[in-house]
Design a protein around this ligand. Sequence first.
Ligand SMILES: NC(=O)c1ccc[n+]([C@@H]2O[C@H](COP(=O)([O-])OP(=O)(O)OC[C@H]3O[C@@H](n4cnc5c(N)ncnc54)[C@H](O)[C@@H]3O)[C@@H](O)[C@H]2O)c1
Ligand SMILES: [Zn+2]
Ligand SMILES: [Zn+2]
Length: 382
Amino acid sequence: MGPVTARAAVLRQSGVRGPYVETRPLAFEEVLVEPPGFGEIQVRVRAASLCHSDLSAINGDRPWPVPLVIGHEAAGEVIGLGEGVSRFSIGDAVAMVFKPFCGQCLPCLSGRGVLCEPGGASNATASLLGGYQRLRLHGQTLHHHMGVAAFSEVVTISQHSAVKIRPGLPWEIAALFGCAVLTGAGAVFNTAGVRPGQSVAVVGLGGVGCSSLLAAKAAGATIRIAVDRLPAKLEMAVRLGATHTVNPADSDALEQIRAITGGGSLGGVDVAFEMAGVVPALDFAYRAAKKGGLMVSAGLPNPSAQWPLQAVSLIADEKTVKGSYMGSAVPIRDIPRYIDLYQAGLLPVDLLLGRTMALEDLHEALDALDQGQALRQVVVFR
Ligand SMILES: NC(=O)c1ccc[n+]([C@@H]2O[C@H](COP(=O)([O-])OP(=O)(O)OC[C@H]3O[C@@H](n4cnc5c(N)ncnc54)[C@H](O)[C@@H]3O)[C@@H](O)[C@H]2O)c1
Ligand SMILES: [Zn+2]
Ligand SMILES: [Zn+2]
């Protein structure tokens, strides 16, 4: 088995701002994809959706080495097996995951695979688990975004960067489970452990936050407050099951949340989720949590961002603050579970789906994402 060619979206320079239809940071190239090595699989990507973390790789909020093939939220079909691969067969449907779990390090063996050390090290160098990069362009090696590089018709990845899924799901739906749903629903089910009858607020209504909103309903949260600066997102959130909406730009936004949840000094939600990736949203979520409440943050701000916290409020109000990476997931357990919930009608993630498009439409899609006009826009490879 030799290298194969594939159309891919290559980022040559990080730190580029929009409008992307003008700055055009991506080059659409025929790349060479090397065959899978030991423990690796080759996947024909059938659908890859655009996440804010792709935008952050481009605008420099989350720095990555270049040249980089972006994309990490995807699904496809296994077309090649390296030696030592036992979990997959040719023809399997898979969803990609954006951090591989080696299964052997202390965090992995402690059930905290999202903290996997080799997985973190390989993502930091934009390599596959094991250190390899399997994409070439004109003799130059290309980096893999988050161990994947999903905006490529074909990819070679570690077997630990994919989860086998039930066949027959529409590819553009299957793709969503690898990041938006794994992260947003996982924050609700795993990190927060939301219980029936609780009140929640979700701050930041992108694909990730909206997945949290859907999951909060599935978990039985009775008050579900959607929070975003964009009025159109608030309208949309009602269709996704929000019981109330609040715009944090309103001067009385926190009072509105206290009034919805009981009022006075006891007001505030049991669990507030920060899903925007900016400090003002994190601060708002912290304040929206009631005394004794929990704030879960999953947005990924620029590494230089600091959060000035009134220290005594943490103690006097007995609040809990938790970070949530990858929905505190065990992907091999959670992705099939979330697909079951979707198919049972309890987690209608199809509501996240915006337009499907060709690879060459990514610049337009980046502008729509940047301006908050889209939840999930999906490249479908035909
Ligand atoms: N923790 C993880 O494992 C993980 C995984 C995937 C994505 N992320 C991060 O989650 C964040 C959300 O991703 P997405 O794809 O849903 O993004 P998105 O751009 O689609 O949505 C973000 C939303 O936040 C809103 N927002 C911005 N500032 C706000 C503020 N101050 N108050 C309230 N709302 C505000 C925007 O209007 C937008 O609707 C990003 O930072 C992304 O990098 C984290
Ligand atoms: Zn993502
Ligand atoms: Zn590990």
